[in-house]
Each structure stands twice: as structure tokens, then as C-alpha cells.
Design a protein around this ligand. Structure first.
Ligand code: ADP
Ligand code: MG
Ligand code: ZN
Length: 614
């Protein structure tokens, strides 16, 4: 982030502007007052013609300033150089103004400090004013940014204490293993003697790893709330801002502050930004900075012993990129996995967040939890919020099951696009496509039951979709299930082919998913006969989608492609076969879906299981 860079730069610009303004002001001022310089003779003529009303000689006697008034009563201001030989006072006394009044005249009081005064007024005063203004502006900016531009290298880790995070373990649902591991740390901070007497050394650091949105940051905050000790929280990216070399200084400062405040907790969020493996640097130069920061962090972690009561928590969703040195015993030797929640976990998270809203009595959160397999805590929190928003939109104060179900679909498939016009012909294609998926899914064993089919378009671009909700969370995928899934993916296109004799682009997403699954069957899951249990791909970055890289020769890669293709082709044939066998059901269901636009799993099963009318 460039949060402290901002004020720094703008301060310089501000000063430069101020100076420029000042110089301009001083250059322009004299001309602004429209003083006219005239020769002494002209001055005497003006005195004689009675235009002059006031005369003043400068303190040193070298200049004469005078005022004139013309017939229209307009006053002008003149300057002239004084002639020393003449007796000006006598001349002025002899003359009168046009209005027949005596001319006012005199000499300025001698003042030694005049030039100094002038200097102060025209230069120093505005300068001081500008400076004051600048400082004020800086303060305001800092307040907004929360940083302190002048204290270079001071880490701006925010100090949290219990009252400020306001989070406790009660706010974190599910994640029982993670909570248990962290409870131990909290306990150590409360009563270190208990551990010391046994001779046990507390781990210095614990690393929370898991996909985004699973509650890692939330857990760290909860630890702070539970432990009731100071809590320093800083994001990894904050180390690497501002000037080169500041990152290391910040680490040093952070640990200095922490050891002063011990017992306390230091939390480094998104540590992968500084903790990336050093040999991976790769890109041209510019990595020195991060490397230095990382080295400093390693040094600091070694530098203090755990008995002091400083515990370092860090969170990341890219543990595979972390430098090995960070993970060795004595540093982040504890790894706390924070995984996506299972069915019970999802229900618990929904319950925690549902406390904030008013729920209808017969809301079934278990059903919602079941329909949201694979979602993170953050997404579940979002579903509750979407449901509440929908209730408000319908002018209700109480959130009901329909709100929640609609919210799930919003998170999965985007908002309904009511305005989108789809021609009846396209609607027919979409209906057959979706029924194709549903029918093939239902006619195979080992595949999750269909719960909803809809052809209402969504903002995500989907023109319709079929929702399948497994009865329970599964952790293992059998080869049969995988093949059935691929057949189900291909079934949309198969239905189009069967009914219309041609096909559309509507299957692009299905194709992508089918290919991905078929590919991982071959390369990673050992589910192809040709390659058996040989690993052909390694996956890094498992929490953020997974980047697969081939670990085989190019010839093998060609074999893999052939194998993947044959899996998909077989599945496609199977899907076509199932649909051909059930053509009458396909037509009946598609017609029903076209009429209703959205049908439930029960309606679908009912039609599917009806005896054909004789
Ligand atoms: P990350 O793992 O990416 O750091 P966060 O801790 O920032 O995720 O979680 C984001 C939000 O998701 C939290 O503020 C909270 O509202 C919600 N959330 C995530 N996991 C849980 C959970 N286990 N229990 C309750 N809320 C959760
Ligand atoms: Mg986070
Ligand atoms: Zn499809």
C-alpha cells in the first residue's frame, strides 16, 4: 500500500507551490497598488495647480510620496525622488489644494527596523502561515491514513486489546481443531508458569493456513479477545511499502514494540507477501527488499526466547510458496489448518451469523447448509446478509426460507436477470439442455439428487442451471462417481443433439468442468488404466484454485490428452444412451420446465417416476 507515501510526496509539492505563490505575490504587489513615479518638476507643477492634497517625505529624506485629487475627486498615489536643495516646506505652505484647504505634509518617523519589518511582513509572515497550514494538512491526512509519515521505519502495527477486536471464540463457528490449538496458546499466555514448571517450551509461532474466507483473520482476532493481552496486527504487504529498506526496519521496530509489551500476540496477516521462498524470486531484481524483510523476520524470531510471552501468529492461503526457513522448528513450527467447513460447520456458521437477523420460525438452516457444499465461512456470512437484504426488499422484517434459498442461488449463480429477453426458441433449447443434465444425473446411481432446475437467466451469464445437492458431505470420490459426473456434464449437450440435431455454445462451462475432472482423473487420481498410479501433475497453490504443472515428457503429455478425450467421449455416449432410452420423459419434463421456468427436485422426481399413461 502506498498509504504513507502519499502525504510525503504531496508535502513537497505543497511547499513548492507555496514558495512559487510567495514569489509571485512579492513581484506583483507594487504594481497592484498602481504607484506612479514622476519627476520632481512635475510634482511641483501639480502642487501649483492645486491637485496635491497630501505630501510625505520618507524617513531618510530621499523619497517623496504624495496624493492628488483631480476634478472628479479621484485620488492617485505618486512617488518622486526628493531634491535636497529646495525648501519644500515653504513651497507647500504657499499653496492650497483645489478646495482651498492647506496641503497636509510631513516626514515619516525614523524607524530603524523599517526594512526588517517589511521583510517580516512580506516574507516571513506568509511563510509561517503556509507552514502552519501545511502541518495542519499533514495531520489531517495522517489521521485519514492512520499512518505516520515522519516516523520512517516505525511499524504501524495497530495495537489491539480485548475491547477493540471484540471477537471471541464464540464468533468463530466450526473450526474446532483450530480453536483447540489456539486455546492452548491463550492458556499459555494466561498461566505461563504451568508450562514452565514442566519444562515445556511454547511454540514461538503458529501459522494459520487455509483457503480465503475460512476465518483465519477472524480466529486471530478471537485469540486476542480471549487472551486479553495486547495484540499487534499487521498485514504482510504493509512491510513492503514506502522506501526501499524500510521493510526490515519495520520488522525490527515491530518486534521491539512487542517485546516491550510482552506478554502479547503479534499477528502477521497474509504473510506470503514477505515470506515467499527466496529462491523463487525469479523476476528480474527488485526482490532484495522482500528478501531483506524476510531475513530480518527470521532473525527476530530467533532473537527472543519463547518464555518472554510473545507469540507470533501468521495467516496465509499460499503455504506452498513460503520459505522453508520460516517453517522450521523454532519459528512457525505449528501449522493450524483452517479448512472449508463441513456440513455441521456450515450449519454452525449460518447459525452464528443468523443471530444478527430475525429468522422465521420454520427456517431450516440444515437444508441451506446442505445446499452450500464447498462454500467458505465468508460466503455463508454473505448468504445470510443477501437473504436479509432480500427480505427488506420485500418489505418484510423477518427472513424466511425462500430468502435464504434465493440468496444461495445468488451466491452460486448471480442475481436473476428479470429483464433479459430470451426468445422462445432459445428457451426451449435451454430447457432441454437442463433437463438433459437432470435426467442423466437421476438415471445414474452414485450421483447427487437433483433439487432444483431453472431456466431463469442469471447475471453470471447462466441461462439456466440444475442444482444437485449431495445427501451428505463426501471426502472421497470413487471412479464411478467421477465418471457419472462427467456423463452428467456432457448430458446438456447430448440432449440438444438428440432433440434438435445440432448444438449450441451453451455447454461451454460443462465442457470446461468435464475436461478438468477427466484430466485430474488421469494425471492425479490414478483413475486411468493406461497410467495406473503414476503422478503426472503436481499441484501448487491448492487453496487458491490450484495451479497444475505437468511433470512428464511431451510424449506422455500427448498420451494424457488422448486418455482424457476417450474418457469424455465414453461419458458423452453414455449420456446420449440414457437420454435416448428416456426420450418421452425428456420431452415431458422439458415441456413442464418451459411452462414453470423453475421446478423443484420433488416435482422432477414425480414426473420421472410416473407410470407412462397407457
Ligand atoms: P480469511 O481466512 O480469508 O482471513 P476472514 O477471517 O477474513 O477469512 O473471514 C471473513 C469473514 O467470514 C469473517 O469476518 C466472518 O464474518 C466470516 N467467517 C469466516 N469463517 C467463519 C467462521 N468459522 N465462523 C463465523 N464466521 C466466519
Ligand atoms: Mg484474512
Ligand atoms: Zn449445462
Amino acid at each position: 500500500m502506498q498509504q504513507t507515501k502519499g502525504p510525503q510526496k504531496s508535502f513537497v509539492i505543497f511547499i513548492a507551490l507555496g514558495l512559487f505563490f510567495l514569489i509571485m505575490l512579492n513581484a506583483l504587489l507594487p504594481s497592484l497598488s498602481r504607484t506612479q513615479k514622476v519627476p520632481y518638476s512635475e510634482f511641483l507643477q501639480m502642487v501649483e495647480s492645486g491637485q496635491v492634497t497630501e505630501v510625505q517625505q520618507s524617513a531618510d529624506g530621499t523619497e517623496i510620496a504624495f496624493l492628488t485629487k483631480d476634478q472628479n475627486g479621484k485620488t492617485s498615489y505618486y512617488l518622486t525622488a526628493a531634491m535636497t536643495e529646495t525648501d519644500l516646506a515653504a513651497v507647500l505652505q504657499q499653496h492650497k489644494t483645489a478646495e482651498d484647504k492647506p496641503i497636509v505634509f510631513g516626514r515619516e518617523l525614523p524607524s530603524k527596523n523599517r526594512s526588517l519589518m517589511m521583510f517580516v511582513i512580506s516574507w516571513m509572515l506568509p511563510l509561517l502561515l503556509l507552514l502552519g497550514l501545511g502541518i495542519l494538512l499533514m495531520r489531517m491526512m495522517q489521521k485519514k491514513m492512520g499512518g505516520n509519515a515522519m516516523s520512517f521505519g516505525k511499524s504501524n502495527a495497530k495495537i489491539y486489546v480485548q475491547a477493540q477486536t471484540g471477537k471471541t471464540f464464540a464468533d468463530v463457528a466450526g473450526q474446532d481443531e483450530a480453536k483447540e490449538a489456539l486455546t492452548e496458546i491463550v492458556d499459555f499466555l494466561h498461566s505461563p508458569d504451568k508450562y514452565r514448571s514442566v519444562g515445556a517450551v511454547m511454540p514461538k509461532g503458529a501459522l494459520l493456513v487455509g483457503p480465503p474466507g475460512t476465518g483465519k483473520t477472524l480466529l486471530a482476532k478471537a485469540v486476542a479477545g480471549e487472551a486479553g493481552v495486547p495484540f499487534f496486527s499487521i498485514a504482510g504487504s504493509e512491510f513492503v511499502e514506502m522506501f526501499v529498506g524500510m521493510g526490515a526496519a519495520r520488522v525490527r521496530d515491530l518486534f521491539k514494540q512487542a517485546s516491550e509489551k510482552a506478554p502479547c500476540i503479534v499477528f502477521i496477516d497474509e504473510i506470503d507477501t514477505i515470506g515467499k521462498s527466496r529462491d523463487r524470486a525469479g523476476s528480474m531484481g527488485g526482490n532484495d527488499e522482500r528478501e531483506q524483510t524476510l531475513n530480518q523476520l527470521l532473525t527476530e524470531m530467533d532473537g527472543f526466547d519463547g518464555s518472554k510471552g510473545v507469540i507470533i501468529l501468521a495467516a496465509t492461503n499460499r503455504p506452498d510458496t513460503l520459505d522453508k526457513a520460516l517453517l522450521r522448528p523454532g519459528r512457525f513450527d505449528r501449522r493450524i489448518p483452517v479448512e472449508l467447513p463441513d456440513l455441521a460447520g456450515r450449519e454452525a456458521i449460518l447459525k452464528v451469523h443468523a443471530k444478527k437477523i430475525m429468522l422465521d420460525e420454520n427456517v431450516d438452516l440444515t437444508a441451506i447448509a446442505r445446499a452450500t457444499s464447498g462454500t467458505s465461512g465468508a460466503e455463508l456470512a454473505n448468504i445470510i446478509n443477501e437473504a436479509a437484504l432480500r427480505a427488506v426488499k420485500c418489505n418484510r422484517r423477518i427472513v424466511n426460507q425462500t430468502d435464504l434459498q434465493e440468496a444461495v442461488e445468488v451466491i452460486i449463480a448471480g442475481y436473476q436477470r428479470k429483464g433479459k429477453v430470451i426468445s422462445p426458441k432459445e428457451k426451449r433449447i435451454v430447457a432441454y439442455h437442463e433437463i438433459g443434465h437432470a435426467l442423466v444425473a437421476a438415471k445414474q446411481t452414485e450421483s447427487a439428487p437433483v433439487t432444483k432446475i431453472t431456466i431463469v437467466p442469471r447475471t453470471s451469464g447462466a441461462l439456466g442451471y440444475t442444482m444437485q445437492v449431495p445427501e451428505e458431505d463426501t471426502n472421497l470420490l470413487s471412479k464411478e462417481e467421477a465418471l457419472n459426473k462427467i456423463a452428467t456434464y456432457t448430458a446438456g449437450r447430448a440432449a440438444e443433439e438428440l432433440v434438435f440435431g445440432s448444438f449450441t455454445s451453451g455447454a461451454s462451462n460443462d465442457i470446461e468442468q468435464a475436461t478438468r475432472l477427466a484430466r485430474s482423473m488421469v494425471t492425479r487420481l490414478g483413475m486411468s488404466s493406461e497410467f495406473d498410479m503414476m503422478a503426472l501433475e503436481t499441484v501448487s497453490n491448492q487453496y487458491l484454485g490450484g495451479d497444475a504443472s505437468l511433470t512428464c515428457s511431451t510424449e506422455t503429455a500427448a498420451h494424457i490428452d488422448a486418455e482424457v478425450l476417450s474418457i469424455i467421449k465414453t461419458a458423452h455416449k453414455k449420456a446420449l444412451g440414457i437420454l435416448t432410452e428416456n426420450q418421452d420423459k425428456l420431452h415431458r419434463l422439458a415441456a413442464f420446465l418451459l411452462e414453470r421456468e423453475t421446478i423443484t427436485g420433488e416435482e422432477f422426481m414425480q414426473i420421472l417416476n410416473e407410470e407412462p399413461a397407457a
